[in-house]
Ligand binder design. Structure first.
Ligand SMILES: [Zn+2]
Length: 213
């Protein structure tokens, strides 16, 4: 699914099996956000095929947080692909999986602040709550916000998993709501398009879901 020039969403639609949405930024460097489960890697492969790319052409893989449905295939791209996630969530994954993880160590860590990859200028926001080191990615030039499992269309991320915190999630979402975003690209479910719809979505979450955090 083409979202706008240079941005594609590989939206996960199966109701019987869980996987994340993956997003592809087609800049001077090819960026893949949240590659998903290992046994469902064909989802990314097919999505890239539709835009004429093989996974080996990806330059950077950015992972919003350390849950397997987002992370597992971080190391499954070509030898030139560099992958990254937050140090907090990486340490958390190691703590849980130890040497059982089959994922190679990240090439770099995502930390709060600017991140330029080729001609794509992103901002990394540390947004804990769903996981201790969740990050969201904001692309100011296109006013696109990639939210991982922090916030969805009409819903919010779970806080009952290890390292989750309702208080932190609330603070993280409040921070995201301040950004000037025309498109919200969440880790699961529908993409929210249009500035007013993004605003409405944050308002609905504040009015309804914040009562449960
Ligand atoms: Zn998650």
């Amino acid at each position: 699914m083409k979202i706008l020039d240079g941005l594609y969403g590989f939206i996960w639609q199966s109701a019987s099996e869980n996987n994340c949405n993956s997003f592809f930024i087609d800049g001077s460097k090819k960026i893949l956000i949240d590659p998903g489960h290992r046994h469902l890697f064909q989802h990314v492969r097919r999505g890239l095929e539709r835009v004429g790319l093989a996974p080996e052409r990806i330059d950077a893989v950015l992972v919003t947080h350390g849950h397997p449905d987002h992370l597992e295939t971080a190391g499954s791209f070509g030898p030139s692909a560099r992958w990254a996630m937050s140090r907090i969530d990486y340490d958390f994954v190691l703590q849980y999986l130890g040497s059982r993880t089959e994922i190679p160590p990240p090439a770099f860590f995502l930390q709060e602040g600017d991140l330029a990859i080729g001609d794509t200028a992103l901002q990394v926001l540390l947004t804990p709550g769903h996981s201790p080191g969740s990050v969201c990615l904001y692309w100011p030039q296109k006013k696109v916000l990639f939210t991982g499992d922090v916030v969805f269309s009409q819903s919010i991320g779970r806080t009952d998993l290890p390292g989750g915190s309702g208080k932190q999630l609330k603070e993280s979402i409040a921070r995201l709501a301040e950004l000037d975003a025309d498109i919200l690209c969440p880790g699961h479910g529908d993409v929210v398009t249009g500035r007013e719809n993004v605003k409405k979505n944050f308002k609905m979450i504040r009015d309804f879901w914040f009562n449960y955090l």
